[in-house]
Design a protein around this ligand. Structure first.
Ligand SMILES: *Cc1c(COP(=O)(O)O)cnc(C)c1O
Length: 356
């Protein structure tokens, strides 16, 4: 274990907030950052100097290992403001655990979960005015770890930086997605890093996703890497299929990321009495269900959009349309998540974590 035993988190406040310069009605996702960030360095076997400081550039040598061997993992989560100005984060302890699962796979030292939570709480509390109060808007939270040792030998870094940065974002209206089922490329393989939120997983997805975009699709539905027969994830989201009134999603494994939204939706659906099957689902099964009219909905799940509905998919040059359904599970489950996240309804599962 590479943990320090004691911390005292230092806070260096910025001299002047830049919040007045921000046009909160026209935020471009992920481009505007708050006044402060959290930074903590790992060296000589322990995490040192946890500090909240003004948001600003890092100075690093070009020999830092992250630039050469891609030792980098991240998380994505959101803080929401209710109508009384209270701020909540959705299930943050899940992300504190998951970043360490990712780190372990990339030979990065784990970050203490209690320090993760303390840093998160203090940073958001300090920048609480940046949490938008418009319905649908939120503060996107990006914790990440990078290898900082100045050395180009191909071995795990001995130094790392753990950081948290924050950006206010508006509701994610991506519209319905047209998706292409992967027949050649893979996002993840058995024994690989698919279950980790490794930066390189995203890099590896960009090229095949661009090819799909050139053909008029917005995302790729990833299939298993051996036979391209089983449906696994939609872009960088987990994926759900509704056949008649049953929701089906693939079990998490080495290739599938254990999404917080995915597991929350499973619980919400079951709570509502919807039948949920967590099992392998094949391309053949959804095509057959489409042919006989049983395939009602497909949607992706993830923190950014919560739920993204799919309007149709292509497979082997044929397009399968998914017309609007009246009692959409995607729409009602998204609304239920929204009600919990924005403190509009009771939270029977204890998912809201109050910050201020
Ligand atoms: C982050 C991510 C998800 C969604 O996870 P959430 O915890 O729901 O945000 C799903 N799939 C992949 C590949 C991801 O990187």
């Amino acid at each position: 274990m590479s943990l320090t035993t004691e911390y005292s988190l230092k806070i260096e406040k910025c001299s002047q907030s830049k919040i007045q310069q921000v046009d909160f009605d026209n935020l471009v996702f992920g481009t505007v950052f708050t006044d402060h960030m959290f930074e903590c360095d790992f060296k000589e076997g322990a995490w040192h100097n946890p500090t909240i400081k003004p948001y600003g550039p890092l100075t690093m040598y070009p020999s830092a290992k992250v630039f050469h061997y891609g030792q980098a993992v991240f998380e994505g989560m959101k803080a929401y403001k209710d109508s009384n100005g209270a701020v909540f984060v959705f299930r943050p302890e899940q992300n504190a655990k998951r970043i360490n699962k990712s780190s372990k796979r990339l030979a990065i030292p784990e970050f203490p979960e209690d320090l993760f939570m303390e840093a998160l709480e203090k940073l958001i509390a300090l920048d609480k005015d940046w949490v938008p109060n418009k319905s649908g808007s939120a503060l996107y939270i990006r914790p990440f770890v990078i290898a900082t040792e100045n050395c180009v030998s191909a071995s795990p870094s001995t130094a790392y930086k753990f950081m948290i940065i924050l950006c206010p974002v508006n509701a994610y209206y991506s519209g319905k997605l047209k998706v292409k089922i992967a027949e050649k490329y893979s996002r993840a393989v058995d024994g690989g890093v698919g279950f980790a939120k490794a930066a390189g997983n995203y890099a590896a997805q960009f090229y095949p996703t661009n090819l799909a975009k050139d053909e008029g699709y917005q995302q790729v539905i990833w299939t298993d890497s051996v036979e391209h027969k089983y449906l696994e994830e939609a872009g960088t989201m987990n994926v759900f299929f509704r056949i008649n009134d049953t929701l089906i999603t693939a079990p998490t494994n080495e290739r599938i990321l254990d999404g917080v939204t995915r597991k929350s939706l499973i619980q919400l659906a079951e709570h509502r009495g919807i039948s949920v099957e967590v099992r392998k689902i094949s391309v053949d099964e959804i095509i057959e269900a489409h042919t006989n009219g049983a395939l009602k909905e497909i949607f992706g799940s993830g923190t950014a959009a919560v739920i993204s509905q799919v309007s149709g998919f292509s497979y082997k040059d044929q397009f399968y349309d998914l017309p609007e359904v009246e009692d959409s599970y995607a729409v009602s489950l998204k609304q239920e998540m929204f009600n919990i996240q924005y403190n509009l309804k009771e939270d029977p599962f204890g998912w809201r974590h109050k910050i201020v």
